[in-house]
Design a protein around this ligand. Structure first.
Ligand SMILES: [Zn+2]
Ligand SMILES: [Zn+2]
Length: 206
């Protein structure tokens, strides 16, 4: 828990200007970018305080987008992927534009619909040393890539590995219609019709 700085007063909550949305410590928020027309920054509020002049300040811990981290955006990064950084700041609460939800990766993949406010984080990122935690993740498919939840994948009923339709010579439309799937390795020749499997797909609300 952060200490209250001299002359500051802790606040329980802050109501985002011209809204009735209430922000408390632990909530995730969208903060106005200093550059016009840029996407808002995402942060987790650690502490809310008011200074002697009545200005409300928030201590935040930034989430980085893949573009902002070492290595940049990679193929397996989803559109709503964020890294929880070790970078803290004090910002004026006035820059808070709205609230959002940063889900665990597992929870995110279970969402029925992905709304504008939904994000996820599966890595922590140390800004100074450019280190990711964990530094390894499970990989899937013939292409051996970590799972990008934006991409359709089909699961082999036998080995339970997940595959991109394109990597196993299927179109997206074909993959969506499959109720059963056996990968090449699990499938006896000319088989692939009579097993049960499942198809995962995530629809993005736009
Ligand atoms: Zn693949
Ligand atoms: Zn298989």
């Amino acid at each position: 828990m952060a200490k209250t700085r001299p002359g500051k007063r802790d606040l329980e909550s802050y109501t985002i200007r011209s809204t009735n949305k209430v922000v408390r410590a632990g909530d995730c928020v969208l903060m106005k970018s200093s550059e016009p027309d840029k996407r808002p920054y995402v942060a987790r509020v650690e502490k809310i305080e008011s200074d002697t002049g009545g200005n409300v300040m928030v201590k935040v811990r930034w989430y980085y987008r893949p573009e902002e981290a070492s290595g940049g955006r990679r193929q397996f990064h989803g559109a709503k992927e964020l890294f929880l950084s070790d970078h803290y700041d004090i910002q004026s609460a006035y820059t808070i534009e709205g609230k959002c939800i940063v889900h665990s990766f597992k929870d995110y993949t279970k969402l029925e619909d992905v709304g504008a406010e939904d994000y996820y984080s599966r890595f922590e990122y140390k800004a100074a040393t450019k280190e990711f935690t964990p530094d390894r993740v499970a990989v899937y498919c013939k292409c051996e890539m970590p799972y990008n939840p934006d991409d359709l994948m089909i699961q082999c009923d036998d080995c339970k590995d997940w595959f991109h339709p394109g990597c196993v010579k299927l179109t997206t439309a074909q993959a969506k219609q499959l109720s059963n799937y056996l990968c090449d390795e699990c499938s006896p020749e000319q088989n692939g019709k009579d097993s049960s499997g499942q198809v995962a797909s995530k629809r993005r609300r736009t």
